[in-house]
Design a protein around this ligand. Structure first.
Ligand SMILES: [Zn+2]
Length: 305
């Protein structure tokens, strides 16, 4: 491929990414609120004016409007711009990692699911079952296709060592099982411990069921050998970001929160300094998806299989 053509493809991939990112903003906002992600068209949450198509162009419109609604001047969170840019850049990263291949196709189906999981969990402390099912179908689907066409898609770690047609699918199924069972055991033990110490109420849990299920579906994408690495990456980055967040978070937090968060009715209030684990699991999944081989080079002790 000539350099010019590669550049052209990268620009196409980036533009596709920012459009998907724009749709993802709608999903992140509407899915937890129980609204349709397709209809109706977007309105300004403050003055209810329908957003015109030319004010809905990814990246461009937010800059053009200088982050304010055209009719009522209510600020539009920079987060909408950021999610569009993020998905655009992640699509480009996927294209650089996988090239034009089946692996790339799976990656661009998974990237939006990971980004949406992280943001919805940050907003509402819930992990959506619809998105978990999407990730599971992508993971098991990719492993099955990999077996059928007898080609390593670069997703399931360790499977290529053991030659066998259905080995990637077996790794994916075992990954789903181990991921869920492992983190669910932590959930049950932690809940039992904190209840015994009187730090949790009778109907409270130390961790939601969403986190074990998320690790399970990530295990389906990357295989059973990736589970220790996923936990390590999520815990490490969760600790670092968690510490930074408690130090500098309160000063910058309002800038990244969406303005409409009041629309979701929920009387449950998370602890003041607590952070959900889901976003870090999703981050670890994203890193392993896009830069799996590089991560394994950096952390050679995790080359278990
Ligand atoms: Zn408005």
């Amino acid at each position: 491929m000539s350099f010019g053509f590669q550049l052209y493809l990268l620009i196409c991939v980036f533009l596709t990414g920012i459009c998907i990112g724009s749709f993802l903003n709608v999903v992140i906002y509407r899915l937890p609120a129980g609204l349709s992600v397709i209809k109706p068209r977007s309105r300004c949450w403050s003055c209810r004016t329908m957003v015109k198509w030319y004010d809905n162009i990814p990246l461009f419109s937010w800059l053009n409007l200088r982050g304010k609604c055209r009719s009522c001047q209510t600020p539009i969170s920079i987060r909408y711009f950021f999610v569009e840019l993020l998905v655009g850049l992640l699509f480009v990263a996927a294209f650089i990692s996988f090239g034009p291949s089946l692996g790339f196709l799976v990656a661009i189906l998974l990237i939006p699911a990971y980004v949406a999981t992280a943001y919805i969990d940050l907003d509402t402390w819930t992990i959506r079952i619809e998105i978990l099912l999407w990730i599971a179908v992508c993971g098991l689907g990719a492993a099955s296709i990999s077996a059928l066409v007898d080609q390593d898609l670069g997703l399931v770690y360790g499977a290529s060592v053991l030659n066998g047609k259905w080995i990637p699918l077996i790794h994916a199924l075992l990954g789903g099982l181990l991921g869920f069972v492992l983190l669910n055991s932590v959930r049950v033990l932690a809940t039992w411990y904190f209840k015994k110490r009187g730090r949790l109420g009778d109907d409270e849990e130390a961790m939601g069921l969403g986190d074990p299920l998320l690790l399970g579906v990530l295990g389906m994408v990357n295989g059973v050998a990736a589970i220790p690495l996923l936990i390590f990456l999520a815990a490490l980055q969760g600790s670092i970001i968690g510490i930074l967040w408690t130090l500098i978070g309160p000063t910058i937090r309002t800038r990244f929160e969406r303005a409409e968060s009041t629309e979701i009715e929920d009387d449950w209030v998370p602890p003041e300094r607590a952070l959900p684990f889901g976003p870090y699991l999703a981050l670890a999944g994203l890193e392993l998806l896009l830069w799996g081989q590089e991560v394994l080079t950096l952390l050679p002790n995790f080359k278990l299989i």
